[in-house]
Design a protein around this ligand. Sequence first.
Ligand code: NAD
Length: 445
Amino acid sequence: MRVTVFGTGYVGLVTGACLADVGHRVMCMDIDEGKIARLKAGEIPIHEPGLDTIVERNVKSGYLEFTTSHRDAVAHAELQIVAVGTPPDETGAADLQHVQAVAEAIGAHMTAPKIVVVKSTVPVGTCDKVAGRLAAVLGGRGSDIGFEVVSNPEFLKEGAAVGDFQRPDRIIVGTNSAHARAVMAELYEPFNRNHDRMVYMAPRSSELTKYAANAMLATRISFINEIANLAERLGADIEQVRRGIGSDPRIGYQFIYPGVGYGGSCFPKDVKALARTAREAGYGASLIEAVEAVNSRQKMKLFEKIAAHFGGEAALQGKTIAIWGLAFKPNTDDMREAPSRVLMEALWAAGAAVRAFDPVAGAETLRLYGERPGFELVQDKYSALDGADALAICTEWQQFRAPDFGEMALRLANRVIFDGRNLYSPERLRDDGWTYFSIGRATAF
Ligand code: NAD
């Protein structure tokens, strides 16, 4: 099949590359000329394990092409997949300007019927709005070429995006059209061999499914963080509680890790957008609002612990805090809404300096904060510690799980760790003479 994908970010590039890899002829379009130039030169603008080889293979074979031309992108295929960003606007609602810009481009250039597939995460009713915009543009051209708009939300996880796309748990398709349904079945047939993963529903249900899934996962994280905060006050250990509740198959172990809050480009914006959608529908979604409120508070946890340890915020003036892990989670370079940003910004506001290391998010962090006084990025985890007053851990990269504590003790000015991901055994660190703060495990040893 021939397929066009608009947007070459985490979702669009993975979608385009994986569709090309099974034999579809894919054209990826982006308005970011720099990004398309890099892709054409064989560079992958994001860090996503396994993506580079798939892109390279399919560019070489001619199955994957890149363009900045709307005209070429629209002409390339009947299937037009929209995977552009839907960032939050200042009110927390999803900003649909990029989605609507693509709808306008399709409407302006199409000379044959199209199936427009909305893969971006969009509020309920957006497919109807896209159809309205397309109809208006076509009407303006005096054209009555047919089109259909299908909702097909994406559930891949950054850091494991290729595998998630190739082996999806389910493929949600929101359409009332038999033709669109048949075309979508053919598109995904190569990913649907082992068992039937296609779930067809109405577009509005499909749109809400994506928000419901992210809100549920975010709820589990805020829930365990709330219990962790309680555990600290009650002298309980959240890690024991986590294992205790996770063993119940109705609860399970996934997404109940306590920490410094969720970040990234999806959970924060999607939870906020869902709360906003609810308000617009005249419904106060108090649970969803609380999930967001608990998370914002949780992102300040490490800073509060650091300030309390040193004797208050004023005492942080002139201190240097080493930070391990900047990305919002391991295996990605995505810094959007990362908890590390909240910690660093609070430390700078208090007059402290930060010396940070991340295995892949360094470049993106430099782009964001390179000019900040009080910010230094280093190239290996131990160099971050040299002379620092304490270490704070924000991301649970594998390489932080079993470090050389002897080396760390030699480099740090004090044996103090603020662990936002509960990577270590408090007993072991206590026996080694460390002061160790973690999340939900009573007070420091
Ligand atoms: P991203 O910011 O990484 O990429 C978006 C791309 O769209 C950018 O390269 C941008 O230049 C391009 N773009 C903007 N306007 C355009 C236009 N008019 N025409 C062509 N390209 C245009 O975003 P992302 O993380 O890939 O997310 C895309 C969508 O998928 C969002 O709605 C997001 O919520 C959703 N989503 C993201 C993830 C994830 O893990 N990142 C997972 C599931 C769903």
